[in-house]
Design a protein around this ligand. Structure first.
Ligand SMILES: [Zn+2]
Length: 408
């Protein structure tokens, strides 16, 4: 039997790895006999990859002694799970207590399987459609589609690759006391839900989804139209634009498939497993990439204000994009004790992170906010330079740590 440790470090440590565009967080909770570790995501976008993944996985295996109490994959986007695929051999040397995924990834759930099937079919048709169109103007759309591409190897690692792990597909409300046997750790599962209203946020309605093959390419039936008709040029002539530019503008404006790709992207973000960790009086919120629909499904419910008012640490949702941190939720978090981390960079999407949101977070988080791309990594795009780290934060070669002291 293990002897009680002499002096358990009285702190939770949150390590945010600089992995490129993607999430990889390692949480360490002190226990009476050993430290307990929770890994939240391990992924990178193929167009935002700064090639630190192998070093990151080596580090997290070393820190955890190759045993992770809970492995969480918040949702099946490449930038959250790709590392479980590319580093499958490394993870095969690792054991885990439990692996958690959202219910939408449960292969035995018929509704979830049908939803995934429809999505993958649409993604594959859209990918063909944009490959046929060609042209650099669709870079943002193609990046969204790449993120949505299936990753069977990563999902196989999650489902069968961790020795000894119990794999669970969680639903909003399935709170875990002494989660995976970690003493004193309560994990509240705040999303995703299963009610009809919320399903529409995870599974866009048919009129936004179905494509059919048409002579000369893919045609969208009842798609999302990103531009009003008045912006679509009606002829090739015009006083200010060249013929080529008018053609380009026309292609973008009249192509509803671009909107459809972004709708699908948001739908998968809304499948994010949202977890609130409570441990010895501290509270940490990890919403994955939840966007407004996912948040709305729980922030208006009774008790949500009380939960938000006690958050000590916030993992900023969806890399700091617009529409992923509702103002109402942020306002309810406590200013003085709040620290935040955002794993982000402006490749492949230059609109991320959203400047006004980052300013609001900086004003709100009294204990400081750190963004991953402020850590220089060879070849990686560099975010804004920063001065001294706020108290409680420190850095390593490719990570930032936040140490959250525990109450006695
Ligand atoms: Zn993401």
């Amino acid at each position: 039997m293990a002897r009680p440790r002499k002096a358990a470090p009285a702190a939770i440590r949150i390590r945010m790895y600089r992995i490129g565009f993607g999430d990889c967080f390692l949480l360490t909770f002190p226990g009476p006999t050993r430290d307990h570790h929770v890994l939240v995501d391990c992924g990178v976008h193929p167009r935002g990859n700064i090639r630190t993944m192998e070093a990151v996985v080596d580090d997290l295996l070393e820190v955890t002694g190759s045993h992770i109490d809970i492995v969480i994959a918040t949702h099946a986007h490449q930038d959250h799970i790709a590392g479980f695929g590319s580093c499958a051999a490394r993870f095969s040397r690792c054991s885990a207590g439990e692996v958690w995924l959202p219910w939408s990834e449960d292969p035995s759930n018929e509704r979830a399987s049908a939803m995934r099937g429809r999505r993958q079919e649409t993604v594959s048709r859209l990918t063909q459609h944009f490959a046929a169109l060609g042209g650099s103007q669709f870079g943002a759309v193609e990046a969204a589609l790449q993120n949505l591409a299936g990753n069977d190897v990563a999902l196989r690692t999650l489902r069968t690759g961790f020795r000894g792990a119990r794999v669970r597909y969680l639903v909003k409300g399935e709170d875990q006391q002494d989660a995976a046997g970690v003493p004193g750790l309560l994990v509240r599962v705040l999303g995703p839900g299963t009610d009809e209203a919320f399903l529409r946020q995870m599974d866009p309605p048919a009129k936004q989804r179905y494509l059919r093959a048409a002579p000369g390419g893919t045609e969208v039936v009842g798609g999302v139209h990103p531009f009003a008709k008045c912006w679509i040029p009606s002829s090739d002539r015009g006083p200010h634009l060249s013929r080529r530019d008018r053609k380009l503008l026309s292609d973008i404006a009249s192509d509803p498939t671009a909107g459809l790709a972004f709708t699908l992207d948001q739908a998968v973000n809304n499948t994010s497993l949202v977890t609130l960790f409570e441990f010895r009086g501290r509270s940490l919120l990890f919403p994955g990439d939840a966007q407004y629909g996912n948040w709305r499904n729980w922030i208006d419910a009774p008790g949500a204000d009380a939960l938000l008012s006690q958050v000590d640490f916030y993992k900023v949702s969806h890399h700091g994009s617009v529409n992923a941190t509702p103002k109402a939720a942020l306002e309810k978090m406590p200013s003085a004790s709040l620290a935040a981390m955002v794993s982000t960079q402006s490749e492949p999407w230059s609109s991320i992170p959203e400047g006004r949101l980052m300013d609001a977070l900086a004003r709100k988080a009294g204990r400081g906010i750190v963004r991953s791309d402020s850590l220089p990594v060879n070849g990686g795009p560099r975010g804004p330079r920063r001065g001294r780290l706020p108290r409680g934060f420190s850095s390593g070669p490719f990570w930032f740590d936040y140490t959250l002291p525990l109450e006695a």
